[in-house]
Ligand binder design. Structure first.
Ligand code: ADP
Length: 616
């Protein structure tokens, strides 16, 4: 009896993309299938540790590749864990990984899809790039039934009961006419050496009458001495464990010795993954205990802010016979984690000295790394020192905190920053004017996390870190310009305070402004306007809205004129209208929304028209 089952809609779409757009990378299908076979051996090895019944199967692991030129087929077999009927249906008929299905649904038909699709591993489905029919015979290690799964990779698959002596999986590809090359053993040998040399199990090419040949070294890459590993081999291993197609930006291979011994082979990708900000995105380092794969879901292996790091950690000192859940809380694991983080940060420190090189990393992962300044109190200062920021010093080049300090003016003891959503809005913020005037640099912080980390890092080296609105700067520098008359200015402030009493906490005069007539800010110690906007966007209660303050620039001709006009009650409606425009302008400069955009637009048009009329 056979079951015919249709592919999930997402699978069909994925297959379509894989078959039609990944064309140039066809040969990676072999890497993917060998990789799955190797994982299957890893799984059985681990299972057998806690399940003595299975230990009879868990030895002499190998992956065998056999061609049949007459039939034009290629078979990849393993003696790993195998699959039962449910596994076949759920693993090879659906897309299980979180985010992947959604991504495939939204994917357009453009070239970037190819790059992205590599990030979650086209995996098994890549077989259909070269085959028009795939036949799998598999038996799960704890089961005596075997199953056959057959599909043309278009509409669905068929499952029937079958026969298999030993547990494991054989995947037979009936090659397409234009894929005959994969029957050529010389070519196969070359592909295996290129992509799969690091696989820890022997990959055996079955040459029929000519016998068998082991093609790869068959020892885990990280156990080999660094001097014997080429950069291509490091890269291939990276692509194997990450399912990525890119070159790693960083490769870090180390052996820690001392109380606890472990080896790490870590990578930082050169491209950001599509799911970097998905809430359930977890770290994905693989943990091995003495070369036995344990899990890639042990959260305590890497802090969340390093979730983009790929690779493996292997330690012979961890206990093999406890559950993964127990392992999670092992104090030894905590030591491995802190040691590994320190090594990574040291490496980043070195690379951060080369601006162009580090910028590539920073553009991908900087925003995530900054989460660490907030979360990781032991490495807080180190993380801050390898962070790059926009600043008023240079429009195009980012700066480090140390570079900022090196440019501090005489007696400056504070690193000043301003926060907002848009770097260009920030650059033109009226709040910066006094700082510009005094030649004091200000960091322009435009990521949401920037609202949080300065709260836990009040100092860096001997400098305080402060938002510019909290800067109690000495503003009494010589100003020779004409200033609004004290009495009139007071009247204007009273007038506006009354006019905006429902909207603003206060209207004041400020010495901080030079070019702008007015600016919007918040009372000392309150949540910044940027943070408030962030909370609102995340549907957080706005009950804690900060008190807004409108600051007026008493040196600005507009304010001088307005304070003259306010003295005569006849001008009331003109002053009122102008005041409203001023407030709207201040809001726009701050990136706030204005309450009545059509009023604002209308007034601006009127003003433009007046100007144009003057011209003729
Ligand atoms: P991935 O390997 O990235 O999870 P694949 O599409 O390649 O995605 O495979 C899907 C699942 O099918 C695997 O996670 C595994 O559970 C199962 N699978 C694939 N190949 C094998 C195999 N040779 N032996 C046992 N299980 C396999």
């Amino acid at each position: 009896m056979s079951d015919k089952i249709a592919f999930q809609a997402d699978v069909s779409k994925m297959l379509d993309i894989v078959i039609n757009s990944l064309y140039s990378e066809k040969q990676i299908f072999l890497r993917e299938l060998i990789s799955n076979a190797s994982d299957a051996c890893d799984k059985l090895k681990y299972w057998a540790l806690t399940n003595p019944n299975l230990s009879q199967y868990a030895h002499d692991f190998k992956i065998t590749i056999k061609v049949d030129e007459k039939e034009n087929s290629l078979t990849i077999s393993d003696n790993g864990i195998g699959m039962n009927k449910e596994d076949l249906i759920s693993h090879l008929g659906t897309i299980a990984k979180s985010g992947t299905a959604e991504f495939v649904k939204n994917a357009g038909d453009n070239g970037s899809v190819c790059e992205l699709i590599g990030q979650f591993g086209v995996g098994f489905y890549s077989a259909f790039m070269v085959a028009d029919k795939v036949e799998i015979i598999t038996r799960k290690a704890d089961d005596d039934k075997a199953w056959q799964w057959t599909s043309n990779g278009i509409d669905g698959f068929e499952i029937t009961e079958s026969q298999r002596d030993h547990c494991g999986t054989s995947i037979k590809l009936f090659l397409k006419k234009d894929a005959k090359d994969y029957c050529n053993t010389i070519y196969l040998r070359q592909i295996i050496r290129t992509y799969s040399d690091h696989i820890a199990y022997p990959i055996i090419l079955d040459l029929g009458k000519a016998g068998e040949e082991t093609v790869n070294k068959g020892s885990a890459l990280w156990t080999r001495p660094k001097s014997e590993i080429t950069s291509d081999q490091y890269k291939d291993f990276y692509q194997h464990i990450s399912h990525n197609f890119d070159e790693p930006w960083l490769t870090l291979h180390f052996k820690a010795e001392g109380n606890i011994e472990y080896t790490g082979l870590l990578y930082i990708p050169s491209q950001a993954p599509y799911d970097l900000f998905q809430p359930d995105k977890k770290q994905s380092l693989k943990l091995y205990i003495n070369k036995v794969f344990i899990s890639d879901k042990i959260d305590s292996l890497m802090p969340n802010y390093l979730r983009f790091v790929k690779g493996i950690i292997d330690s012979a000192d961890l206990p093999l016979n406890i559950s993964r859940e127990m392992l999670q809380y092992s104090p030894l694991l905590e030591k491995i984690k802190s040691g590994t983080v320190k090594r990574l940060l040291k490496e980043l420190q070195k690379r951060s000295k080369n601006y162009d090189d580090y910028l590539k990393f920073w553009n991908n992962f900087g925003i995530v790394l900054k989460e660490g300044i907030y979360e990781d109190f032991t490495n807080r200062e180190d993380l801050a020192s390898i962070s790059y920021f926009y600043s008023t010093n240079d429009k195009t080049r980012l700066t480090t905190l140390d570079e900022y300090i090196s440019r501090a003016v005489k007696d400056q003891k504070t690193i000043y920053y301003i926060t907002g959503d848009d770097i260009n809005v920030l650059r033109n913020s009226p709040q910066l004017e006094a700082f510009t005037q005094k030649g004091i640099e200000v960091l322009l912080l435009n990521d949401p996390i920037d609202e949080f980390w300065p709260q836990v890092l009040p100092n860096y080296k001997e400098f305080a870190i402060k938002h510019i609105t909290q800067a109690d700067m000495d503003m009494n520098w010589e100003r020779k310009e004409q200033k609004a008359d004290e009495g009139s200015l007071k009247k204007l402030i009273d007038f506006m305070s009354d006019l905006f009493k429902n909207e603003l906490g206060k209207v004041t005069s400020s010495e901080k402004l030079t070019a702008s007539p007015a600016s919007l800010t918040v009372a000392d110690g309150q949540m910044s306007l940027h943070l408030e906007r962030l909370m609102r966007n995340h549907q957080q209660p706005t009950a804690f809205a900060s008190t807004r303050i409108l600051e007026l620039n008493p040196y600005h001709p507009l304010i001088i004129k307005l304070s003259e006009l306010v003295m005569d009650d006849q001008n009331k409606s003109l002053v009122e209208e102008t005041s409203k425009i001023l407030l709207d302008q201040a809001k726009v400069a701050e990136g706030e929304t204005i309450s009545d955009p059509s009023f604002y637009a209308q007034k601006i048009s009127q003003y433009i028209l007046n100007n144009l009329e003057k011209a003729v």
